[in-house]
Design a protein around this ligand. Structure first.
Ligand code: ADP
Ligand code: MG
Length: 703
């Protein structure tokens, strides 16, 4: 049995929490800090020095030797540069621990190797990290010892954002300002801040560490690039919510404890649909904190998996033929008075403010469907979106029967008078109490679904930062809110103006509402008729970022300058190109150094057997037939390998950016599939003992 854990006792013990701050800082410093946080002010250096000193003392008590600014460059990963607290030795050769306000507030990593999309040349190395005072500092214990970690945003020397954090914080300000305007139109003048709440559900796979190391594709690409299906996949649905294996359970226990200690509310865990696939979800938090926490969750999954002799795969599609992994980004808007703007109440038809919020979101999502889709674009996610498991690549909104009905009433009659009720679920047994039902069922095929008092954006890739989608959501909804606020605050008859707005916008944007099966082919056709974009891959989706409409939107709200946006677009093309290039090179290496030599050896064994059997005076029909089949596939594989090699060579001659990215999508990627096919076919017939790498069955069922 494992030792007893009382969660409240350990929760946030490694975080410099508000309570710790209050207790340790001089009253005036604490007050100054709180004021800076709530009013978005700069901290003066004197205050920063006092805070830094206390943070240092606290961190050292926890065992910290180093500190690091955590930031999220455009790689999607978390980056950090660790510095020891140590000072230069004094005359007697003694060192001290020191940490100044300046070091807390500002860092200067040499950021030249991070992608900047042309925002700066390689020789312009300077980049600055700036402490995000709204996300608490914490310590991490790992093999490196204990490190004080400071969440930051990352800028170039010229002040351009080189990360996800800066635009995220800007977009949070934008949605706050716009929401306040809208609420003011409704006569609520006491709201001073509106914050997006975000709860990300994180999916991942676990594989055995030793087997992982035998697969070059998992090592280099994070996904299997070859592999025939195992006799069993996920068809029995026996893994979903099934009993968690003990090895995995032990891993989850450690993950939870590590997360609780750093103040992350790890709440839900379960087995997912695919074998070896799992999910973890925390309780939602302010968007920027949720983004930071999700990065820590991903790091923790990886670290703890290693400690348990396993590897955590965050790739969107580690295995063909079974589900891939995504991240559900649950999003709502909460005022500083505690009101959730997405709470419909029991009678949504009578909740005008909610209905205005709702149609504003419909307008935003319909107008910027392509941009929202682009925010979830990732080379790995191309394997999921639209592939009958994850949501389709087409953005639509699921409202459920209740809200759909309310809006239909508005569209038909300019007002709504009723709300469908949930009703009662009869259990049919005296032992089981009848229960009240939600007014609406769920729809798991929808990419953007209303789930009670929040929207759930389900397209996000499992390894991606959730910053991107939240930047988009905050900004596009802010624009709608502003438009609504403007209309309503100028109205002579407010109630009539509200009804008119709800009817008008519901009607104008009803094409984005879809409550049916998002996986079906009929929907693809229907969506096309409705004129909804179907951006099938990352390259197509990324092109949206260059549209004038998007440039104008981001410029208007100061979320991203045209230069910053352009840089992000470039970084994506570059990322797509590099990822597919690595995958292709890995396939070439595996095919030429592992699979083809193994099969050649196997054909020799077969040929020797044929000769031996014949020499013994017996017919060798089965052996000969197998040899013929294997040899034919070997020829196909060798041809495909040659073609893939020349495709890569051709790609290197092209102009960088969208042109190369397109070539990788249109030419290199299909060539990769053509190589995979014969190798996978060989795997099915070649003796397992002769096969050079662990098979799908070994990876998925023997964790
Ligand atoms: P569901 O089963 O409807 O997806 P869960 O309770 O499993 O809901 O929640 C999924 C995630 O959504 C969790 O991280 C949860 O904290 C988060 N969540 C719940 N309510 C909200 C909300 N109002 N705003 C944002 N996230 C929320
Ligand atoms: Mg959910």
């Amino acid at each position: 049995m494992s030792e007893k854990v009382n969660v409240p006792d350990i929760f946030a013990e490694d975080v410099f929490t508000d309570a710790v701050m209050k207790q340790r800082l001089p009253k005036s410093t604490y007050k100054a800090f709180k004021k800076a946080t709530s009013d978005g002010l700069d901290l003066d250096l004197e205050t920063a020095d006092i805070i830094a000193n206390e943070i240092k003392e606290w961190a050292i008590e926890k065992g910290a030797t180093h500190f690091a600014h955590l930031f999220q460059p455009l790689t999607g990963f978390t980056a950090e540069k660790q510095d020891a607290f140590i000072t230069a030795p004094d005359a007697e050769g003694k060192v001290l621990n020191a940490f100044s306000g300046k070091e807390l507030v500002k860092g200067e990593p040499d950021g030249s190797s991070f992608p900047s999309g042309g925002l700066r040349a390689t020789f312009e190395a300077r980049g600055y990290t700036v402490w995000d005072i709204t996300s608490p500092v914490f310590v991490r214990h790992d093999a490196a010892g204990t490190t004080l970690l400071i969440p930051t945003a990352f800028y170039s020397y010229n002040g351009e954002a080189l990360d996800q954090k800066a635009p995220l914080l800007r977009s949070m300000q934008t949605i706050s300002d716009a929401s306040i305007k809208l609420l003011q139109a409704f006569g609520k003048s006491d709201v001073t801040r509106v914050t997006p709440s975000v709860g990300p559900e994180q999916e991942y796979f676990l594989v055995d560490g030793k087997k992982f190391l035998e697969r070059k594709d998992l090592i280099y690409a994070g996904r299997t690039l070859f592999g025939a299906a195992a006799p069993k996949g996920q068809e029995l649905d026996d893994h979903y919510f099934g009993t968690i294996r003990q090895r995995v359970a032990g891993f989850m226990k450690n993950v939870n404890e590590d997360l609780w200690k750093v103040g992350i509310t790890a709440k839900t865990q379960h087995n997912e649909v695919a074998p070896a696939q799992h999910e973890i979800a925390p309780i939602y938090d302010d968007a920027n904190v949720a983004v930071d926490h999700n990065q820590v969750v991903m790091q923790t999954l990886k670290r703890v998996a290693c400690q348990h002799g396993m590897k955590a795969l965050l790739h969107e599609k580690p295995f063909a033929g079974v589900n891939g992994s995504g991240k559900h980004n649950n999003w709502s808007l909460v005022t500083n008075k505690g009101e959730n703007l997405l709470e419909p109440g029991d009678t949504p038809h009578a909740n005008k403010q909610f209905l205005v919020v709702l149609v504003s979101i419909l307008k935003a999502v319909d107008t910027y469907a392509g941009l929202l889709r682009a925010s979830a674009a990732d080379p790995g996610n191309d394997h999921r979106l639209g592939a009958n498991e994850a949501p389709p690549a087409i953005i639509s909104v699921f409202l459920g029967s209740q809200l759909d009905d309310v809006l239909k009433q508005y569209i038909a009659r300019g007002k709504a008078e009723t709300s469908i009720e949930g009703g009662i679920l009869t259990t049919g047994s005296a032992a089981l109490k009848d229960i009240s039902k939600d007014a609406t069922d769920r729809n798991r095929t929808s990419p953007f679904a209303f789930t009670g008092n929040k929207f759930e954006f389900r397209m996000v890739g499992s390894r991606d930062s959730i910053a991107g989608p939240n930047i988009v959501l905050n900004t596009i909804v802010a624009e709608s809110f502003e438009a609504a606020a403007e209309r309503l605050s100028g109205a002579t008859d407010f109630d009539q103006a509200v009804d008119a707005l709800i009817s008008e916008w519901a009607k104008a944007h009803q094409r984005i509402i879809f409550n049916g099966d998002g996986y079906s082919d009929e929907w693809v056709k229907e969506a096309e008729k409705r004129g909804l974009p179907n951006l099938k891959n990352m390259v197509e989706a990324t092109e949206v970022m260059g549209s004038q409409e998007v440039i104008d939107l981001y410029t208007k709200y100061g979320v991203l300058t045209p230069a910053e946006l352009k840089a992000r677009e470039e970084v994506r093309y570059e990322n797509y190109t590099k990822v597919i290039n690595i995958e292709a090179l890995t396939m070439i290496e595996m095919a030429s150094k592992q699979y083809i030599p193994a099969v050649i050896k196997y054909t020799k064994t077969l040929a020797d057997t044929v000769n031996a059997v014949k020499a013994a005076g017996v017919e060798a029909t089965v052996q000969i037939a197998t040899l013929a089949k294997v040899s034919a596939l070997l020829v196909t594989a060798q041809d495909a390998l040659t073609k893939l090699e020349s495709a890569i060579a051709e790609a290197s001659l092209l102009e960088e950016g969208v042109v190369t990215a397109k070539f990788f999508h249109d030419t290199v990627f299909p060539a990769m599939n053509d190589l995979r096919d014969p190798i996978d076919a060989l795997e099915v017939i070649v003796d397992k003992a002769a096969w050079p790498v662990p098979a799908y069955g070994d990876l998925l069922f023997e964790v």
